[in-house]
Design a protein around this ligand. Structure first.
Ligand code: ZN
Length: 441
């Protein structure tokens, strides 16, 4: 599907930790997700303890502006939600320049742009404006600072929300039967009026969900869980409320900033050389890319998913850096459809390989009678596979996944998988699941 129109709908909303327009954004994401994902929004009670954190309150802004004493407005929240520091407490004061100045924020490098500043936990009010406007404000004037904001902790006000949709492989899953587990795809929906960070990651994730609905993963693959919400605290709140899910999670991908015209950057998992890292390197082998360590800048929800006591191997995919980061210049003008789709292509392939990979375990003794079982590979049809057959058959001892075998024999994953599936169809190998790294609860 075309992703930029969807991004352009989400972009202008006042999307923050929890707010009316964040609810609206979660609803729009639900409209765009495939029906098969059974997309659902979950709400949590503010101030509930979650691990070492607490569930944030909702934030409502009824009116906010900075004005001259005569009432002429300098910046207004109604024009752009970036004009106030996110989660500013209320203020209604007339101030001298010296009193006001510590509450003003601008971006030195982009003097025409308004920066995005958040103080979710410090609770200090502030206004954000272009440096050009800041410089022009008379130092001998008095100013009116008005923010009519409210923090809502009453659960009837709507609570703190995240959403998930889960896509199952071909044939679904049998309730109660052993499962291959799940992959978790996360992207953050917060950041008011920011396009690339991370509305871009959100629409890229939706595209991957659409593709997995259209062409499901092979039977027996992992489920793929798509998660949307506010960054860091959102995944903490969700996982702290669903600890039973953690041992099921076999791998994660955090996606952000996928729309600008830069090469893909990938951040290793905390394990660094996990199967997921090796599959990512394999998928990117013919692309131009940047490689970074786990939690290198910009770090995000992978620190939660792959963090202490959770430890689900999680890579991060983005196209950072870009100059417009955290300013009003991060808008749909810098977003390219090809970049969004290109990121979806890469993540989709990582998911398809990681989630469909398994450990083939031998049930036979002696070399398999290939031609007698329809397993012979004609060298004229596939010379490389013909040469690799013996090596593949020697690696069915339960030590190697299909991806490991493909890597060792130097063949494409899908060619080896298709061939191993023929052994499985004959009952010569059993499929064992890829083990998780997360602790049991
Ligand atoms: Zn950001």
């Amino acid at each position: 599907m075309q992703l930029k129109p969807l991004l352009t709908r989400l972009h202008p909303l006042h999307r923050t930790l929890a707010s009316v327009e964040m609810d609206e954004a979660l609803r729009i994401v639900g409209e765009a997700m495939p029906a098969a994902a059974n997309y659902a929004i979950e709400s949590f009670v503010p101030n509930t303890p979650v691990w070492t954190w607490r569930v944030p309150e909702r934030y409502a802004v009824h009116e906010a502006y900075l004005a001259f004493e005569d009432g002429r407005r300098i910046v207004d929240f109604a024009d752009n939600p970036l004009h106030i520091v996110s989660y500013s407490p209320p203020v209604d004061a007339t101030l001298s320049w010296n009193e006001l100045a510590p509450h003003l924020h601008y971006n030195e490098a982009r003097p025409w742009a308004t920066p995005w500043v958040f103080k979710y936990y410090q609770r200090e009010w502030g206004f954000c404006l272009p440096k050009d406007i800041f410089d022009a404000l008379p130092r001998d004037s008095r100013y009116r600072a008005v923010i009519r904001s409210e923090f809502l902790s009453d659960p009837t006000a709507g609570g703190f929300r995240v959403s998930v949709g889960v896509l199952q492989p071909e044939g679904g899953s049998t309730p109660g039967a052993p499962s291959a587990g799940e992959m978790l795809i996360a992207s953050h929906l917060c950041h008011p009026m920011q396009a690339n960070d991370d509305t871009a990651g959100v629409v890229t994730a939706i595209e991957i969900a659409q593709r997995l609905a259209e062409k499901p993963l092979p039977t027996g693959s992992m489920d793929v869980r798509f998660w949307f919400g506010p960054e860091t605290i959102g995944s903490i709140v969700y996982l702290a409320h669903h600890e039973e899910l953690i041992p099921r999670l076999k791998g994660g991908i955090f996606i952000e900033m996928t729309g600008n015209d830069s090469p893909i950057a990938w951040h290793h998992s905390r394990q660094h050389n996990h199967l997921l890292d090796r599959i990512t390197a394999y998928v990117l082998r013919d692309s131009e890319y940047v490689e970074r360590n786990f939690a290198d800048f910009p770090p995000n929800d992978e620190r939660v998913i792959n963090g202490p006591g959770v430890n689900v191997p999680c890579i991060s995919i983005n196209r950072w850096p870009y100059d417009e980061y955290h300013t009003t210049d991060d808008n749909p003008d810098i977003i390219e459809e090809d970049m969004l789709q290109g990121a979806a292509d890469i993540v989709e392939e990582i998911v398809r390989i990681y989630a469909s990979n398994y450990i083939p375990k031998r049930t036979f003794r002696g070399p398999v009678f290939l031609s007698g079982n329809g397993l012979w590979v004609d060298w004229q049809e596939n010379f490389a596979l013909n040469r690799a057959v013996e090596k593949i058959m020697m690696r069915f001892e339960g030590q190697h996944s299909i991806f490991d075998i493909a890597e060792e024999v130097g063949l494409e994953y899908w060619i080896v998988r298709e061939y191993v599936e023929k052994f499985r169809a004959k009952g010569f190998v059993e499929a064992h699941f890829i083990p998780g790294e997360a602790p049991e609860f």
